[in-house]
Design a protein around this ligand. Structure first.
Ligand code: SAH
Length: 261
């Protein structure tokens, strides 16, 4: 479908927009058009303020992330805000980090809005995991090293069990899959221990923090050194952990991001 998001006909609908990993130049043209046409923007934590600044000066910007004004905006409140704005004829953009449909709860929001009879459009963004490996000049599926890739969360829904890391490790080893782990920093020691049940201790790993931003940093190590490297290099969130042979050969020492200098 070919939506003209800047057209006044787009009023009264909600557009979920992927803001990408941070660098405004990684926005799609469709995302930029939607942001510029928005009259109300609901913005998540991980969205770079430089991207929010692309909105019209008259647009109302509401920060709804955990680090925004309040401690944590409940999902139901965000959905209510969107419904109210849309019923007032606003052109609502829900701005989410990376891609709205990868670990972004975009699916829940679309379902809720559609159930209320609201028109919804979704604009893809470059997901952080993809940008993380690309920034190291690593292809996720170099055919010598990997036949596929798994995007996986290290953080389970409250009350739910996390991923079965042991089963995943065995599959990744047998099927030659690259693992791209989101939200894995807090549980890194556990993830490391579990993955070692199915992957060799020497499997290359990269941790990339603040992907695509000027403060991007990374470190590489082997799977058996994952948690220790995070501590030693003082890496924190937001970071992507990449596990697999495609990482072999990436410089071990955090390198300068010359292309961003
Ligand atoms: N929808 C987002 C992911 C949201 S989950 C996307 O597609 O990228 C939040 C997690 O994404 C973080 O805990 C971190 O693992 C990852 N992440 C998001 N932005 C990041 C960035 N700029 N650098 C590194 N990791 C990032």
């Amino acid at each position: 479908m070919n939506h003209d998001l800047s057209h006044p006909g787009a009023r009264g609908c909600v557009t979920l927009v992927g803001a990408g990993p941070g660098d405004p130049e990684l926005l799609t043209l469709k995302a930029l058009k939607a942001i510029q046409a928005a009259t109300v923007l609901l913005v998540d934590d991980l969205v770079n303020p430089a991207i929010v600044a692309l909105a019209a000066p008259t647009a109302r910007v509401i920060h709804v992330g955990k680090r925004g004004g309040c401690k944590s905006t409940p999902q139901s409140f965000i959905e209510k805000l969107m419904l109210t704005a849309v019923s007032e004829g606003e052109n609502v953009v829900r701005l989410k980090g990376g891609d709205p449909f990868l670990f972004g709860r975009g699916g829940e929001e679309v379902a809720h809005l559609q159930a209320a009879g609201v028109r919804v459009q979704v604009v893809n963004g470059i997901t952080a995991g993809l940008a993380a490996v690309t920034s190291l000049n690593v292809p996720l599926t170099h055919r010598e090293h990997a036949q596929g890739v798994v995007f996986i969360t290290g953080h389970a829904k409250p009350g739910a069990l996390g991923p079965d890391w042991r089963a995943l490790a065995t599959t990744a080893h047998n099927a030659k899959l690259t693992l791209v782990i989101y939200m894995g920093m807090t549980g890194a020691a556990h993830i490391q221990a579990e993955l070692l049940h199915g992957l060799p201790a020497g499997t290359p790993v990269a941790i990339v923090q603040n992907v695509s931003l000027p403060q991007q940093r990374h470190a590489t190590c082997t799977l058996s050194g994952l948690a220790a490297t995070i501590t030693r290099e003082n890496l924190g969130s937001p970071s992507i952990i990449v596990v697999g042979d495609v990482i072999a050969g990436v410089a071990a020492v955090p390198m300068a991001q010359q292309w961003m200098a």
